[in-house]
Design a protein around this ligand. Structure first.
Ligand SMILES: NC(=O)C1=CN([C@@H]2O[C@H](COP(=O)(O)OP(=O)(O)OC[C@H]3O[C@@H](n4cnc5c(N)ncnc54)[C@H](O)[C@@H]3O)[C@@H](O)[C@H]2O)C=CC1
Ligand SMILES: N[C@@H](CC=O)C(=O)O
Ligand code: NA
Length: 428
């Protein structure tokens, strides 16, 4: 007789409602692919009584804790988000012998090691393909397909909301707030969109990617983070003038001696000729550079209910297959224990925009400050306006520490009225 695997769904919002829909509409295919019936056995929600098309009323409960402890539950799908109660619910699921599929990057980047340890202790799976770059298969290729190679760099756009906003501002001249509102309405943004626009979401994803790629424990706290809230229309115009576009990038790199890594998230100018420049809307794209493989590019929808549910369903099939085989997939791999270096050590190029007095000798003073701190200038562009001028300096490669010291010294110059913006330049 065909076995039945019972699934508890926690959360029925943007992603959860799509998971429930696909589980129902694709039930026959899922059964054939898994080799068992995959039955939606309960759906935990925060508020009952709302219309949830396609989800039978009798499956709805507001008691998630009791649902994950039900003895008949084989797999728990957590699409609630946030740290608690999700962490407690996942730990209860493990204790109950259930495998877990989660899309919760915030939780995994904060406490992934403890969750992996708990899953291993109870002999069950923890899968989270949806947590990074939505529908794009990225976690499994890094964890499994590239397990025999040495990854040196992971670089890309991993937040759909901010890419959508920057793209709208760049191509249609839309305002920041208007673009954020649209991204929220389309289901791309987190419950609190501060997580997106301040770079927390991308930093969590960078921590997860760096941890898997470098076999090292990396948490969100290890990742340097700047969001897009300080990016102005003037920055976007300045990028355009340089043949560039502004993107929020996540960059995880192994040092040259291979003994340490850095992980950072910040807006950056990249040339229009770079493949990441043409990543539009809520799409994501990630480059992985590995010793033997060379350069790989992963591209696709990074946010939204249906694309994210696709990744959740892929994990669901995998953990169900493992259950039937009496096995588990790969757990945490953190044996390399590389040091995570601070941002000060990162070497890159910078676009520095200064408001200065339009006086003879100012340019020379500014250039001297850059030289004194060992930061070599690539180009300078000056534009006068009513006694004041805007000075845009693009540097050659320098450490973040050297650039910060340069900027601190520039602020003390009499003729420098202010530092309008500093943006890193990548991809050249
Ligand atoms: N929306 C997207 O594009 C993506 C979302 N994710 C992740 O998926 C997870 C869910 O995201 P969304 O569906 O967009 O959020 P959402 O806010 O639309 O859905 C979460 C649902 O959980 C419910 N909830 C809150 N506390 C609960 C509790 N104690 N018990 C049961 N239900 C509870 C909320 O009422 C809400 O309906 C988050 O971890 C998010 O980071 C991951 C990739 C993409
Ligand atoms: N808010 C996230 C959702 C997917 O992870 C994003 O915009 O990328
Ligand atoms: Na993914």
């Amino acid at each position: 007789m065909m076995r039945t695997l019972k699934v508890a769904l926690l959360g029925c919002g943007v992603v959860g409602s799509e998971v429930a829909r696909i589980m129902t509409t694709h039930a026959a295919d899922l059964e054939a692919r898994v080799g068992a019936r995959v039955e939606l056995a309960g759906v935990a929600v925060r508020r009952a009584g709302r219309p949830r098309p396609g989800v039978p009323e009798e499956l709805i409960t507001t008691d998630a804790e009791s649902l994950v402890k039900r003895p008949d539950i084989d797999v728990v799908v957590e699409v609630v988000g946030g740290i608690e109660p999700s962490r407690g619910l996942i730990l209860s699921a493990f204790e109950n012998g259930a495998s877990v599929v989660s899309a919760n990057k915030a939780l995994l980047a904060a406490d992934g090691a403890a969750l992996h340890a708990a899953a291993a202790k109870h002999g069950v799976d923890l899968y989270y393909e949806a947590a990074v770059a939505g529908a794009i298969p990225l976690i499994r290729p890094l964890r499994e397909s590239l397990a025999g190679d040495k990854v040196n760099r992971v670089l890309g756009i991993v937040n759909g909301t901010t890419n959508f906003i920057l793209d709208k501002m760049d191509t249609t001249g839309a305002g920041y707030s208007e673009a954020l509102e649209e991204a929220t309405a389309l289901g791309y943004a987190e419950a609190d969109p501060t997580a997106d626009v301040e770079g927390f979401d991308a930093a969590a994803k960078a921590a997860i990617l760096a941890g898997i790629a470098f076999h090292t424990r990396v948490t969100a706290a290890d990742v340097f983070r700047e969001g897009i809230t300080e990016v102005t229309a003037a920055d976007i115009a300045s990028a355009k003038a340089m043949g560039c576009v502004v993107k929020l990038l996540a960059i995880c790199e192994r040092s040259e001696d291979g003994q340490s890594v850095t992980a950072r998230v910040h807006p950056a100018m990249i040339p229009l000729s770079h493949p990441l420049a043409s990543v539009r809307g809520a799409y994501n794209a990630v480059f992985v550079e590995a010793d033997a493989a060379g350069q790989l590019m992963f591209y696709g929808p990074g946010a939204g209910g249906s694309p994210t549910a696709s990744a959740v369903l892929g994990d669901l099939v995998a953990v169900c297959r493992n259950k039937l085989a009496g096995s588990t997939g790969p757990g945490e791999s953190a044996y390399a224990q590389l040091t995570v270096n601070p941002m000060d050590d990162v070497v890159t190029r910078y676009h520095v925009s200064l408001d200065v007095a339009d006086k003879a000798g100012v340019l020379a003073q500014v250039a001297t400050v850059f030289a004194e701190h060992g930061v070599s200038i690539d180009t300078v562009r000056q534009q006068g306006r009513d006694g004041d001028a805007s000075l845009v300096v693009v540097t050659h490669r320098a450490t973040d520490a050297a650039l910060s010291a340069t900027v601190a010294a520039l602020r003390t110059l009499d003729h420098v009225r202010g530092v309008a913006s500093i943006m890193r330049v990548e991809g050249e």
